[in-house]
Design a protein around this ligand. Structure first.
Ligand SMILES: Nc1ncnc2c1ncn2[C@@H]1O[C@H](COP(=O)(O)OP(=O)(O)OP(=O)(O)O)[C@@H](O)[C@H]1O
Ligand SMILES: [Mg+2]
Length: 379
């Protein structure tokens, strides 16, 4: 790695000079260096964020001020020093009063400078997990999309035949039997509505995107909700007024937040139901999303939070899969469609759920900054 940095620094490429400091500052991994006594010698900005304190309060202090002695980090440190080789472990929980409980992947490497110094990188696994989930959703969305187009052909056509036949029969039947033909019509209508929803997945065209004011989208969704399924719910808006435009498709984003707000309204208690819509700009989160070569910058976070009982434990792993539902009349397509649309936008959706606080967080890309603004180029 050191050799590569030197190679980069010496390369003839143009652009601002590349310094090791700038590289360390850009890392998403919280990176620190400790000496032979486990005193912190260096902390990058991601480490400051991870430990919730500035570098000046980290450097010169023993690591066990921030992590308890019995934490797995210390056994890994011993291991690195004994083996003089890098070690890594994922799925480690680090907890202390200062940092709370954090789920991380740890990578430690000796510096080989005869001083027992060790470089420690910590990567929050929620980010890694988001990427994994993202892959899962892509698969789920794909299988539904194949099924959507199949159903449209194979099911809708025969259904319209069945419905037509039932209507014909109805004319020659008595009052009592007519109820049965009406039942056939109602049930076929229900299936057609379901297939229509699935057809939304079959649309494989690339999304037409433009700058979208997400606050307008949320305002629209709120109005729709207040006129119907969210009549008894109190809405709270917690917006960052300086939020840049999302780079997306307005109609599809309305669909995303309508599905999320509908779920939230269906989850809250009859009395005192509350749904909080919030937006925030989160600098510096870049994710390596599968299938995309460069890391994507997803700084816009839109959350829909409710005070319902939380997502049932048994379906947590599959909530984004199609047909997973805990509702009597649910189709389980709402969140699958959310996942598909957010994926098509190059974004990520994830949730945090506990009783009285369930939040679905959608991370979206912002409008790209163009070098040449067309209205100024004179063309
Ligand atoms: N805010 C929430 N709080 C608690 N559980 C939720 C929440 N959102 C989703 N769920 C759970 O996830 C399941 C799947 O949601 P999804 O929107 O995909 O389908 P649905 O709401 O059941 O049906 P549909 O959206 O098709 O009407 C729900 O049945 C519910 O159990
Ligand atoms: Mg739903």
């Amino acid at each position: 790695m050191a050799r590569r940095a030197v190679a980069l620094a010496r390369s003839e490429r143009s652009g601002p000079a590349l310094s090791a400091d700038a590289i360390l500052a850009a890392l998403v991994e919280a990176t620190i260096v400790v000496d032979g006594d486990d005193t912190i010698l260096y902390a990058n900005p991601a480490a400051e964020q991870f430990f919730g304190t500035g570098a000046s309060l980290l450097v010169g202090h023993p690591l066990d001020e921030f992590l308890p002695q019995d934490s797995p980090a210390f056994s890994l440190l011993t291991q690195v020093r004994l083996s003089a080789a890098a070690v890594s472990e994922s799925g480690v929980t680090l907890s202390s009063p200062r940092i709370g409980a954090r789920f991380v992947a740890i990578l430690m490497a000796p510096m080989h400078d005869g001083d027992q110094r060790v470089v420690i990188s910590l990567l929050e696994q929620s980010i890694a997990r988001k990427i994994d989930n993202q892959m899962l959703h892509r698969g789920a969305a794909r299988s539904v999309s194949a099924m959507g187009s199949m159903l449209a052909h194979e099911v809708k056509n025969p259904l319209s035949g069945i419905r037509g036949a039932a209507q014909l029969l109805e004319q020659s039947l008595g009052e009592e039997e007519r109820e049965l033909t009406q039942l056939i019509c109602e049930e076929t209508d229900r299936i057609v509505a379901l297939v229509d929803r699935m057809e939304a997945f079959a649309d494989g065209r690339p999304v037409e995107r433009g700058p979208v004011n997400i606050h307008q989208v949320l305002g629209h969704v709120r109005k729709v909700a207040e006129a119907g399924f969210g009549r008894r719910v109190r809405f709270v808006e917690n917006y960052d007024p300086s939020l840049p435009f999302v780079w997306g498709n307005r109609d599809q984003l309305i669909q995303v937040f309508l599905n999320l707000v509908k779920n939230a309204c269906e989850a809250v208690p009859e009395e005192g139901g509350e749904v909080i819509l919030s937006t925030a700009y989160r600098q510096g989160v870049r994710l390596a999303v599968p299938g995309v070569r460069t890391k994507v910058h997803l700084p816009l976070v839109v959350s829909v939070q409710d005070n319902g009982p939380g997502i049932a434990e048994t379906i947590r792993e599959q909530v984004f899969d199609a047909f997973v539902t805990s509702k009597v009349n649910g189709t389980g397509l709402g969140l699958a469609l959310v996942a598909k649309i957010v994926n098509d936008h190059g974004g990520v959706v994830e949730f945090d759920s506990e009783p009285r606080r369930t939040a679905f967080n959608v991370m979206l890309p912002m409008q790209p900054v163009t070098r040449e603004e067309p209205w100024r180029s004179g063309s």
